[in-house]
Design a protein around this ligand. Structure first.
Ligand code: IPD
Length: 257
C-alpha cells in the first residue's frame, strides 16, 4: 500500500469515529491545555491510532503530530497530522472539523489529505497531480479586486498571534468585505483550493494545521506563502493562501501595515 492510500484509509476510519463521538458528546472528555486551548480524548485516541498505523507500515517514517512529542526517526518521509482540526467546533457542537494528514519528502510536500467526516468531503492532492474533492478536480477562484472577495482567517492562541490577526483586519478589510473564522485551518485551506474564498490568513499556525492543506491549495492553482511572501514551510508561524491573482498586493498590504 502507498503512503497516500494509507493516509486516506486512516482519515476515513478516524472520520467514522469522529461522527460517532460527535453524535454522543458525553462520551468525549475535554481537557484544558495551558492558556485557552483544549484537547479531547478523541484527539488523543486518533493521534495514537494514526502514529501506530503509520509505524506499522513504514517504521522509519517520522511523525509530527498535534498530540504527541515530535519524533526523530531516520527515514526521509515526514508526516504532519492533526487528528481533529477544529477541536473547538467539535466540542461546541459545530459540524465543521476534519482530520488533516500531510507527508513530505526531501523535495517538499508529497501529498495532503483532509477529511471532513460530517459532510463526507475528502480533499486530496499529490505533488504535480492536481487537487481533488471526492475525486473531482478542484481549482481556486478567479475573483480579484474590485470584485467582492472573501477572506477566511484563523488566529493562534498566543497574545502575539491574536494581536497580529487584529492588525491584519486593518490591512485587509479594504479589499475583503466578507470575513469568515471557521475554526479549522485545514478545511479553510481546502475551501480556498475549491474556490470558496479568495484568501486564508492564519497567525500562530502549526505544521499539523497547515501542511496537508498547503499542498492542496498549490495543486489547485493557488499560492501559499508566509506573511513575508516566502513560500510557506512547516516551521513558519504565519500562512497566507490565496488564489494567486493578487498575492503580491496582499503581501505588500501586510508588510506596510
Ligand atoms: C486550530 C484551528 C483554528 C486555528 C488555530 C488552530 P485545532 O486547530 O485550526 O482554525 O485558528 O490556530 O490551533 O486546535 O482545532 O486542532
Amino acid at each position: 500500500m502507498t503512503r497516500m492510500k494509507l493516509a486516506e484509509l486512516l482519515a476515513k476510519k478516524s472520520g467514522k469515529r469522529m461522527r460517532k463521538v460527535f453524535s454522543d458528546p458525553k462520551k468525549n472528555g475535554v481537557t484544558r491545555k495551558p492558556g485557552s486551548e483544549i484537547v479531547t480524548d478523541l484527539d488523543k485516541e486518533i493521534n495514537t491510532f494514526v502514529i501506530e498505523q503509520v509505524h506499522k507500515h513504514f517504521a522509519d517514517d517520522d511523525l509530527v503530530t498535534e498530540e504527541a512529542e515530535a519524533e526523530d526517526r531516520p527515514g526521509t518521509f515526514r508526516w504532519f497530522v492533526d487528528p481533529i482540526d477544529g477541536t473547538d467546533d467539535f466540542v461546541w457542537g459545530i459540524p465543521l472539523f476534519c482530520i488533516s494528514i500531510g507527508c513530505a519528502d526531501e523535495q517538499g510536500m508529497l501529498f495532503g489529505i483532509v477529511y471532513d467526516p460530517v459532510h463526507d468531503e475528502l480533499f486530496t492532492a499529490e505533488r504535480g497531480k492536481g487537487a481533488f474533492a471526492n475525486g473531482k478536480k478542484i481549482s481556486v477562484s478567479k475573483r480579484q479586486p474590485p470584485e467582492l472577495l472573501l477572506r477566511f482567517a484563523g488566529r493562534g492562541y498566543s497574545e502575539e498571534a491574536q494581536t497580529e490577526d487584529r492588525n491584519l483586519c486593518d490591512a485587509l478589510d479594504p479589499l475583503f468585505k466578507k470575513q469568515r473564522y471557521l475554526g479549522t485551518a485545514a478545511l479553510m485551506l481546502c475551501y480556498v483550493a475549491a474556490g470558496r474564498g479568495e484568501l486564508l490568513t492564519l497567525t500562530g499556525t502549526t505544521p499539523w494545521d497547515s501542511a496537508a492543506g498547503s499542498l492542496i491549495v498549490t495543486e489547485a492553482g493557488g499560492r501559499v506563502t508566509n506573511f513575508a511572501g516566502t513560500p510557506w514551510a512547516p516551521d513558519d508561524h504565519t500562512i497566507m493562501a490565496s488564489n494567486g491573482l493578487f498575492h503580491e498586493d496582499l503581501v505588500k498590504r501586510i508588510s506596510d501595515r
